[in-house]
Write a protein that binds this ligand. Structure first.
Ligand code: C2E
Ligand code: CA
Ligand code: CA
Ligand code: CA
Length: 275
């Protein structure tokens, strides 16, 4: 039993070693990912339920590592946040997404995820301004998606930042609503333009009464506060039907379109916007 304990410990130690090495490698490689042209954006359509048209796209970051292949943003974004690499990467994401959207003949919106580390960076608002100037994208066509977790770290600073962003004319969406440190008072305190219900609630909306209750409550809250609500992670016709019946304004998910290279959406970006 004594040996077993030691072996288990050794195994654990070895596994930790691999994880630490793996992480160091990703940390290092991430620093060169932009210069080596390994990052790209994919785009996922956001559909207006009532009018059956698309209002815009969410830009989602992808990293193709030269030897490890595709690495999920759920894995590398937290690393980039810890090392500070997110500042450079986030700037690249915003610039690339705005340049892309500015080239469309249809004035669709572009939603970009912004991390807390970016938001709290003193030069962020100035950079946003510069990117809009450089790309010529009208501010009202840009929406940034921020999670509540990003805001609770320093309430006053976050509020000041969001107000400045709002003053430029950029829209702000509260991402992943219902998860993390959700607090209803945050919805009133911060100048949000819309709420994004987290996909985890949508997934179980037809099987789990609690999830359905939460989704209904968030939709009611949005109506009460005059904030449009978008549901993410919509995968089935039954989920869409539920959201339609509950008067959800917008939907996004695999059912309506998987995140893909923008070229595959040319029909919407350069032609007829009806889905
Ligand atoms: P998120 O912002 O909540 O994005 C939604 C995630 O759900 C995306 O995963 C998207 O591909 C996925 N998704 C979309 N429709 C469906 C669906 O119908 N079913 C399911 N199961 N999933 C769906 P992805 O692209 O892997 O991104 C994961 C997270 O990484 C994002 O969550 C966001 O937090 C972060 N992220 C992605 N791109 C960026 C970025 O450019 N900057 C920052 N800061 N974070 C990013
Ligand atoms: Ca998002
Ligand atoms: Ca989300
Ligand atoms: Ca999320």
């Amino acid at each position: 039993a004594k040996n077993e304990g030691r072996n288990t410990y050794r195994f654990f130690e070895a596994k930790m070693g691999v994880e630490v090495r793996e992480r160091r490698l990703l940390e290092h490689d991430l620093r060169h990912a932009i210069a080596r042209d390994e990052l790209r954006l994919v785009y996922q359509p956001q559909k207006v339920v009532l009018s059956d048209t698309i209002s815009g796209f969410e830009a989602l970051l992808r990293w193709r590592h030269p030897t490890r292949g595709e690495i999920s943003p759920a894995v590398f974004i937290p690393i980039a946040e810890e090392t500070g690499a997110i500042l450079q990467i986030g700037d690249w994401v915003l610039r690339t997404a705005c340049r892309e959207a500015a080239s469309w003949t249809q004035p669709l919106k572009i939603a970009v995820n912004v991390s807390a580390v970016q938001l709290y960076n003193a030069s962020f608002v100035g950079e946003l301004h510069q990117i809009l100037l450089d790309t010529g994208l009208p501010p009202r066509r840009l929406e940034i998606e921020i999670t509540e977790t990003a805001l609770v770290r320093d309430f006053n600073r976050a509020l000041a930042m969001l107000r400045q962003i709002k003053a430029i004319g950029i829209a702000i969406a509260m991402d992943d609503f219902g998860t993390g440190y959700s607090s209803l008072s945050n919805l009133r305190a911060f100048p949000f333009d819309r709420i994004k219900i987290d996909g985890s609630f949508i997934k179980s909306v037809n099987s789990n009464g609690q999830a359905a209750t939460i989704v209904r409550a968030v939709l009611g809250l949005g109506r009460g506060l005059g904030l449009p609500v978008i549901a993410e992670g919509v995968e089935t016709a039954a989920e869409l039907k539920f959201l339609q019946d509950e008067s959800c304004t917008e939907v996004q998910g695999y059912l309506l379109g998987r995140p893909a290279a923008i070229g595959s959406f040319r029909h919407y970006t350069h032609g007829d916007v009806a889905l």
